[in-house]
Ligand binder design. Structure first.
Ligand code: SF4
Length: 317
């Protein structure tokens, strides 16, 4: 069994989600373990590329936390399993969904990159959810490599085959996300290839997204709304746009958010949850900024009572 992450807070929200309404997020993979290393990832670069499933977190502690939220009057459209990486890497995924079912009728969604759906055990566990939302950002191997930078065991054919198999076995909802990057996977020919793969996968919905939030790589450019609309039309059927281009330059947003976090941490040590609540930002975003500030040495962390607190290094300028 893998060494379990010492994590004391597995849930966040409910937060408004463009795809899922009010969603209680459940984080079941530590940062940042993933089968991919997408150039647009909001969590920054993958630090551990892996296809090995493991028992990363204490499922009983996760369920206890969800039970606490329910007892406190939780109102949510979905309980959404995700993480600071790929949630299907968690080998207790099926047990967790069974446990949630015993606690509540709130539907369960999984946000996954879909790369492990070639495995029968992962398909069986995902089939316990009400909505499975996998990703497909490329129509060919070269674009898949460029956008998703997969683990060497993952190929686009394996990804698509897994989703096709899952569709045959699963009667719940498959909501496929296609993340579009200007000049990379938006050409008519590339979109036609993506469309061909979507026809094989037969999802219930297709959601087009783009770089609304700051991505892992700074040169990832958001696709303008009119181009998203044109691509949605080209794909047709159940395809709709969910991503909206940012209202201002991404770097300004990023500088403001980082400065805000520094300003909060100058006043008192905070947990990631404190930062999310205080600044009204998503957990993913807070983790990314804090990691970046830690790398520069401006912020350090300290554990107290099993909880990680972040604060400004005392001798920082
Ligand atoms: S976007 Fe999702 S699949 Fe891609 S690297 Fe980030 S966590 Fe992994």
């Amino acid at each position: 069994m893998a060494e379990k992450e010492q994590q004391t807070s597995f849930t966040y929200g409910p937060v408004p989600s463009r795809r899922l309404g009010m969603s209680l997020g459940v984080d079941i993979v530590p940062p940042k373990i993933c089968t991919l290393d997408c150039v647009y990832c909001q969590l920054g670069r993958t630090t551990r590329s892996s296809v090995e499933r493991a028992d990363f977190v204490d499922i009983d502690a996760v369920l206890a936390e969800i039970r606490g939220k329910i007892e406190a009057g939780l109102k949510a459209d979905f309980i959404t399993l995700g993480g600071s990486g790929e949630p299907t890497l968690n080998s207790r995924l099926g047990d967790l969904i069974d446990g949630i079912r015993r606690l509540t009728d709130i539907p369960v969604a999984i946000l996954t990159n879909g790369t492990l759906l070639y495995r029968a055990d992962v398909r069986a566990e995902c089939a316990k959810a009400d909505v499975v939302a996998p990703s497909l950002d490329a129509g060919d191997a070269a674009t898949f490599e460029a956008v998703n930078r997969p683990n060497r065991d993952i190929t686009i054919e394996k990804l698509v085959w897994g989703m096709e198999q899952f569709r045959k076995e699963y009667s719940g909802q498959i909501w496929l996300e296609v993340f579009l990057i200007a000049g990379v996977n938006t050409g008519a020919e590339q979109v036609e290839r993506i469309k061909g793969l979507i026809e094989r996968i037969r999802p219930d919905k297709v959601h087009l997204n783009t770089a609304v939030r700051p991505p892992a790589e700074p040169d990832v450019v958001a696709v303008p709304r009119e181009v998203l609309d044109r691509i949605a039309q080209q794909i047709g059927g159940v395809c709709e746009v969910i991503g909206e281009a940012p209202s201002g330059p991404a770097d300004r947003h990023e500088m403001r958010t980082e400065a805000d976090i520094v300003s909060v941490l100058k006043r008192r040590p905070c947990t990631i949850e404190d930062i999310c609540c205080g600044l009204g930002i998503a957990r993913n975003e807070a983790v990314k900024y804090v990691s970046r500030l830690q790398q520069t040495g401006a912020v350090i962390s300290e554990r107290r009572g099993g909880v990680a607190y972040f604060h400004i290094r005392p001798d920082a300028p």
